[in-house]
Design a protein around this ligand. Sequence first.
Ligand code: AP5
Length: 199
Amino acid sequence: MRVVLLGPPGAGKGTQAQIIAGRLGVPAISTGDIFRANVSGQTELGRQAKAYMDAGDLVPDEITVAMVKDRLAEPDAKAGFLLDGFPRTIAQAEQLRASLDELGQHLDCVLELVVDEDELVRRLSGRRMLVDGEWVQRDDDKPETVRHRLEVYRAQTAPLSGFYDAEGLLAQFDAIGTIEEVTARAMTALGQPGQSDDS
Ligand code: AP5
């Protein structure tokens, strides 16, 4: 299966991506994780992405699209994938469609996690990551950057709902509740309810 996970910052894309991809037997591909690994590794890609990420802005489409194209060409993505955090602009969605067309492939479903903004801010301000044995806040989870990321989402990413709805691919669902409940809704939307924990 080829699936896109869409949703605002803090909606639970990364959390659900790992679980759903595991159940589908496909790789979870997170553009945010790939960028963060490159920033940590001090690569050229990381150097290009860092300032945009720290400011809560999107990394330019040409950088992001080339990176995803390379990742989708790897052998483990041939039979399917779950994309977390990509596409994030209409231009990225159009490039993804063109890349898949070239490969004779297509998306099966776009899952959109719906969460209200108060809950998003609560989740992101409370999030900590374990780095070198210490719990630290992600640089872009500072309150002012979270607010900016939400504005960027509304302006640049939210229009993707209409884009994919018009293609008959969009499945929106409530992403508030326990992680297991949200996974069950996602699996039902994918037509695979039997694989959820609480079905
Ligand atoms: P990215 O890493 O993709 O960040 P994001 O979309 O802002 O998403 P988050 O990781 O903040 O949240 P999430 O939805 O994954 O939620 P999570 O599961 O962590 O991107 C970071 C940056 O990289 C971007 O700002 C941009 O600069 C760049 N970038 C990435 N992709 C790009 C692209 N395509 N184009 C251009 N630039 C790009 O959960 C959040 C918290 O909530 C966690 O603490 C979690 O434990 C908790 N939680 C999860 N589920 C639940 C639940 N059901 N109930 C309560 N809490 C929950």
